[in-house]
Design a protein around this ligand. Structure first.
Ligand code: HEM
Length: 474
């Protein structure tokens, strides 16, 4: 216990800081626990795991360190072998889990695609269809039947359909009246949850469990099989289709998967089906689980802050969504591994091989970054000259507001995600008042992205036309 003052947490013989992690961190809200420890330690602490584990790491929420590891010293902070091994069964060599050449070639191809005019058209068209022909009819039915709905579930269906449309050119049709059961979705969520458990389990333990096909690892294997089946089906269908077409017709398809299928690897051969599968799974994770959970936290925050809802009706949707992501970033923590000895701008010494966790959720709760009111939902902090009614939106440094990462690995879908979230949020808010059920506990789930553990149970109330009219005449 005497070491607590020096390290921020009690350090036990053999077990290191594991008892605090297990008995406080994992039993309550892990992200809040990390935020508290970081607040007390001025933004950086060294976690000492038990001697038998691989849990030793440096955890930081200091913007100077983030700029250092995400940009200035990007080459010596890859994602690294430890994290890749934990995530490999689910993500393979896909963009999220790759470094160096494997990452570079996916980044380049996807980046060209995401910045093309064709892609932007596809974005606008797909959202028009998803919102007007699918989302709104589903919501309208729930109002007519006075039914309670899980808004997070509905938003996940929307973003899943959307990412499949824009990235693979297929439409799975998850968001439709009657909300059909989607086995893929369940398997995918189970797989991300089980994968995260590996991070708090000693490597030798989960590897043994995987070898023996036991417990969580058995469940993970089954979930991944279901995920694979979906991806393989998409790839097979697309290949058949391309085979039938001639060159001109082929050019018409502009989705990402088709582009990757037309590329050759360094040996001059087409990419393997396994690699195409990894690309699919990574894009589903990137595109489905991020903006939907962000929108869910956003609607929950709106319920707690009615005065903000009023202002949104006066059009400040972008600032309010950024503020929501500041407090509930869809990717709550991220990681790197340093490949040569280095020192952080704040003085923290890093030995080669040290694992570094950057705590994005905690960053939104640092008084040093956002001021005393850091825990409050205040979209006006994003507006220049916010004392005036019509302050202009000002973006923040990616090393303070890291919800979309920064540097060379800045989120590729950022512009798309804002367009999608604004389109969806505005379409809902304009027509309905979202009422979150009082007794629905709202807590984050421990997974790769920050789902709401129990979904977001809401009922909708139709907004009166006169209420909207008021804002037009103001
Ligand atoms: C609110 C919505 C979103 C948030 C908060 C978000 C956040 C992030 C973060 C934190 C990363 C860095 C991950 C890492 O390297 O460890 C990332 C990367 C990425 N995101 Fe997003 N994202 C969002 C939406 C999207 C969407 C809708 C797409 C695609 C349709 C997308 C595509 C990607 C891709 C491809 C990468 C990998 C970039 C790379 O490693 O070079 N994102 N995103």
């Amino acid at each position: 216990m005497r070491q607590k003052k020096h390290h921020g947490l009690p350090v036990w013989p053999v077990l290191g800081m594991l008892p605090s992690l297990v008995f406080t961190g994992l039993r309550t809200n892990l992200y809040e626990w990390i935020s508290d420890v970081l607040s007390r330690r001025n933004g950086t602490f060294r976690f000492k795991g038990p001697w038998f584990s691989s849990l030793n790491c440096v955890v930081t929420s200091d913007p100077r360190n983030l700029e250092h590891l995400l940009k200035t010293k990007f080459p010596i902070f890859p994602k690294g072998k430890y994290f890749r091994d934990n995530l490999r069964d689910l993500l393979g060599d896909g963009i999220f889990n790759a470094d160096e050449d494997t990452w570079q070639k996916q980044r380049k191809t996807a980046s060209i695609e995401f910045h093309s005019a064709k892609f932007r058209n596809m974005t606008a068209e797909s959202l028009f269809e998803l919102v007007h022909l699918r989302l709104l009819p589903v919501l309208e039915t729930s109002v007519k039947e006075s039914r309670i709905i899980d808004l997070q579930d509905i938003l996940l269906r929307l973003t899943f359909d959307n990412v499949c449309m824009i990235a693979f050119g297929v439409d799975p049709g998850c968001l439709s009246l009657g909300l059909p059961e989607i086995p893929f979705a369940k398997a995918f969520e189970d797989a991300t949850e089980a994968t995260v458990l590996r991070f708090v389990t000693p490597t030798c333990v989960w590897k043994t469990m995987r070898f023996l096909n036991l417990g969580v690892e058995k469940k993970l294997k089954r979930s991944i099989e279901a995920v694979d089946e979906f991806a393989e089906n998409v790839i097979r269908t697309r290949k058949k289709e391309l085979f039938k077409k001639n060159d001109d017709e082929r050019k018409e398809r502009s989705d990402l998967l088709t582009v990757f299928m037309g590329l050759k690897d360094e040996k001059g051969e087409a990419y393997s089906d396994k690699f195409l599968r990894d690309i699919c799974v990574n894009f589903i994770l990137a595109g489905r689980d991020t903006s939907s959970v962000a929108l869910s936290w956003f609607f929950w925050l709106l319920q707690q802050n009615p005065e903000v809802e009023k202002k949104i009706l006066q059009e400040i949707c972008k600032a309010a969504l950024s503020e929501s992501l500041r407090l509930y970033p869809s990717v709550p923590v991220d990681h790197k591994e340093v490949v040569e000895d280095d020192t952080f701008p704040d003085g923290t010494e890093l030995k080669k091989g040290t694992k570094v966790i950057y705590a994005i959720y905690a960053m939104g709760r640092m008084e040093g970054i956002w001021g005393k009111d850091c825990r409050e939902f205040k979209p006006e902090r994003w507006l220049r000259d916010h004392h005036h009614h019509h302050g202009r939106f000002m973006s923040e440094s990616a090393y303070k507001f890291t919800a979309f990462n920064g540097g060379p690995r800045l989120c590729l879908g950022k512009d798309f995600a804002y367009y999608q979230m604004k389109y969806v949020a505005a379409s809902i808010i304009y027509r309905y008042r979202v009422r979150v059920l009082k007794d629905c506990p709202v807590l984050p789930k421990l997974a790769l992205t920050m789902y709401m553990k129990h979904g977001l149970k809401v009922s909708l109330e139709k907004r009166d036309a006169s209420e909207i009219q008021k804002y037009f005449t103001d």
